[in-house]
Structures are given as structure tokens and as C-alpha cells.
Design a protein around this ligand. Sequence first.
Ligand code: FAD
Length: 363
Amino acid sequence: MSDVSAQSATANIPQSHSLASYTTLRLGGPAQRVISAVNQDEIIRFVREAEERREPLLLLAGGSNVVIGDDGFAGSVLLIRSRGTEQLPADPAEPDQVTVRVQAGEPWDEFVAGTVAAGLSGLECLSGIPGSAGATPIQNVGAYGQEVAETVAAVEAYDRSTGAVTRMTAGECDFAYRSSVFRHSDRYVVLSVDFRLTRSPLSAPVRYAELARKLGVEVGDRVPLAQARDAVRALRAGKGMVLDPDDPDTRSAGSFFTNPVLDAAGWVRLRERAGEAGEPPHWPLPDGRVKVSAAWLIDKSGFGKGYRSGGAAISGKHTLALTNRDAHSTAELIALAREIRDGVRERFGVTLHPEPILINCVI
Ligand SMILES: Cc1cc2nc3c(=O)[nH]c(=O)nc-3n(C[C@H](O)[C@H](O)[C@H](O)COP(=O)(O)OP(=O)(O)OC[C@H]3O[C@@H](n4cnc5c(N)ncnc54)[C@H](O)[C@@H]3O)c2cc1C
């Protein structure tokens, strides 16, 4: 398990350290240098120093959303280990609203647990997601009917193009499904995130049918915050989606593929092609497009839970998670990902795209 709180002081980590130990997949070659920063000043100083040296720089926090190639990274890796949360002064006009600022390196699930314990509603369905708070805006982390786009009030980031610290509103973050202005760009280094939460003993309305069933309530109902958190964590654990060093099904980067989003014509073609397999589970989007279950496409293309290729395998608990069973290289995982992508394309004519950030490797 990659522990985002592991480093407590700035340290040059010996060159021999392969990056595998910093990722939840436990894969990835070496870097020239690995250093950790424990506060905003250190983060900014290290980024500037790397730029002055014209050195490629990779930011890593929990390492739970990256696939690093076997050649590693030809440059420096900066581990984001800044910690801390603070409640900002409330606006007297909105006494029920609370803004909480969290430093980028704070372990996400610890932060969520703290908001639940403090009676703050808005993040409870995002319980159990690994990684750091600062990485949540990058791909607009989401699960069980919530995504951070709904509660991010502002992101404080170091803008590498101007060399200045900037505050970005949620609108400026350009959030979309598993996407934001931060993704696939190294312009911004997230320093802290402000979440606007609601003072309430109850969760936000439950939107996800599976979660509502688990809780024994109807979609749209609210439940005590701790109950929502516990139910989400239990559902996630059953799918190998809570990190557990004793469970090889969790040695993954979470969902390996995003759910494909099809235009109207693409959706009609897919339904025709699905034929006897039945109608793919799908979610209509407000703009007329349709989001389709990647897990269903994978399963119906012949890649069921536990499907194995070399040292990599589909999780025994969740079709979307590719896991490292006893892979000695990232290449083994990539080979499995390619096989699945090509198989789905052949069966359904739909191309799946990886959700994690691929570093120095391609599928
Ligand atoms: C078992 C499991 C379950 C998961 N479940 C979910 C889920 O339900 N929903 C979901 O959305 N995701 C899920 N994920 C994916 C992952 O946990 C999230 O994307 C998480 O936010 C990544 O955080 P991290 O700190 O590990 O990021 P890393 O993996 O360290 O980094 C991810 C990317 O963000 C960049 N980055 C990291 N920190 C910063 C920063 N401060 N500033 C700028 N860039 C930065 C990195 O350079 C990299 O490109 C899951 C992963 C695993 C392993």
C-alpha cells in the first residue's frame, strides 16, 4: 500500500529506489532522483529548482492513479507530502456552509473521515478512495453519485507558466467526467483545495441505486453521515476498491478504463452490435450523449473477473480493475490492457481509454 503520509521530512531518497514502491500497482522503473516536500514552500522551491536545472519533473502523491513504465522516469520525482486542514471563517449570511482547506498531501480518506466526524456533508460518498486530497481535482474524483466538482470551492496552485501562486474557482478548473484543466497538463501544481461543505448530520441525497439498496433507503433519501461512509466503504471493499495490503485484488490503479461516452449515433450502433448480449448499462448525459458501462463491455467481450495474462489479471472482484498478481514488469500489465482494449473494439466497435495517467508507457 502506498502511504501518502510516509515521508515526514524533506529527504533525498537514494537513487536505487525504484518508483514501484510509490505506486499502488507496485510497478514502475527507477527515477534519477526522488525527493519529498512537506509543505507548500518546499513544493514550490523544488519545482523552481528543477526548472532551473531544466530537469523533467514528475509529481507523485499516493501513486494510486499512475502506471509508470519499466524504464521509469528520466528526471526528478517530487513526492507531495504537505499536510494540514483548516476550517475557514464562515460567511454569516450562510451559517450552514463551511469551507475547509486541505493541503495537497493530506491522505484523502483521512480527510473525508474528519469531515464526516465533524458533521460536514458533501464528501461522504467519496470515502475509501486512495490517494491524496490534492490529486482529487486532477481527474475530478468521483464515486457512488458524488464527484469533487460539486464541492470544490477553489484550488490553490503554483502556475509553472507564470511562476506565481494562483487561486482558481471551480469554474476555472473546467471539471468534467474524470477530467479537469489539470489533467494531462503539467502547468499547475496543486497546493491546497477548498471544499465547501454543508453543516448537517445527514448525507447529501443518495443518488446511486446500489448504495441506496445497501442502506435500505430510496434514491434521493438522506442517511446519517457515518452510515453513508460505512456503507460506501463496505461496498468498495467488496469490490477490492479499498487498499488492503493483504488483498491482491487491490494492487491496482482503481478502474483501468473510463466509461466510454458515445454520441447518439454511436449509441445506436453499439445497441445494434450488442444484439443478444442485451442492452449495455448506460447513463444518458444532459448533452444528449450516453455514458456506457466499460465493465459490461469488457465482460461481454470475454474478459471476466479473474482473467489472467502473465503476471497481470483482472481483479477477482471488479472487472474494471487490472491488478498486479506477480508481474515483474509494467509491460505485463500493459499487454493485458491492450488485449482487453482490442477485444472490446473488435466485439463492440468501441475504443476504451485508460483512466490512470500513463507515464513513459502507452497502451
Ligand atoms: C483501489 C483504488 C480505488 C480507486 N477508486 C477510485 C474511485 O472510486 N474514483 C476515482 O475517481 N478514482 C479512484 N481511484 C484512483 C485514484 O485513487 C484517484 O485518482 C486519486 O485521486 C489519485 O490520488 P494520488 O494522490 O494517488 O495521485 P497520484 O497517483 O500520485 O497522481 C495522479 C496524477 O496526479 C498528478 N498529481 C498528484 N498530485 C498532484 C498535485 N498536488 N498537483 C498536481 N498534480 C498532481 C500526478 O502527477 C499524476 O499525473 C482508485 C485507485 C485505486 C488504487
